[in-house]
Design a protein around this ligand. Structure first.
Ligand code: SF4
Length: 176
């Protein structure tokens, strides 16, 4: 399984050129788990709410209740990731799983490759390491998904409230 994935990553001939495109612009949402935000809090001394904001895909009910699941990294005033400076990641050692594995992701066992100008232009020298990171990311995301689902099932949500649900519980608007 790992050998097969490593081979596919090698065949993608990807080497990051530090263009910064995947860290910039309004279309690139970086989903982060509470564990990942905590790692960034430790590295930067920023608070949770300075680093992350609710995932912007809200489920809205006729009674005014608004629910979303999980968090994304905040952007700076320039619209780019908060941690991007001169096309470099300033939190490289603690960067989230999505950033570690971009432009790759796993859908089950299938390798998905996002659009990226560096695909086809390099040698995928760290293919084996990327394969490990992809398996680690998939396990972490599955764990986060099932724990979030449990939180959703076990809590009742006050009608008309605005909440974010994650693996750790329910966060009401005034605490976000
Ligand atoms: S955390 Fe680093 S790698 Fe991830 S989007 Fe921000 S600047 Fe880019």
């Amino acid at each position: 399984m790992k050998d097969e994935l490593t081979k596919k990553i090698r065949e993608a001939c990807f080497t990051c050129t530090l263009c910064g495109a995947c860290c910039s612009g309004a279309d690139n949402e970086v989903m982060v788990s509470p564990d990942e935000v905590e790692a960034l809090m430790q590295e930067t001394s920023l608070s949770f709410s300075e680093i992350a904001e609710p995932y912007p895909d809200w489920m809205e009910s006729p009674d005014g209740t608004k629910i979303t699941f999980g968090w994304v990294l905040k952007r700076g005033a320039d619209g780019n990731c908060l941690f991007l400076r001169d096309n470099r990641c300033t939190v490289y050692a603690s960067r989230p799983h999505i950033c570690r594995t971009y432009p790759f992701m796993l859908d089950g066992d299938e390798l998905i490759i996002s659009e990226c100008p560096a695909v086809g232009c390099g040698d995928s020298a760290d293919a084996e390491e990327t394969a490990d990171a992809l398996f680690f990311r998939r396990d972490a995301e599955d764990k986060e998904f099932f724990a979030t689902e449990k939180q959703y099932q076990k809590h009742s949500i006050v009608s008309g409230s605005t909440v974010v649900i994650d693996s750790r519980g329910i966060h009401r608007q005034n605490t976000i």
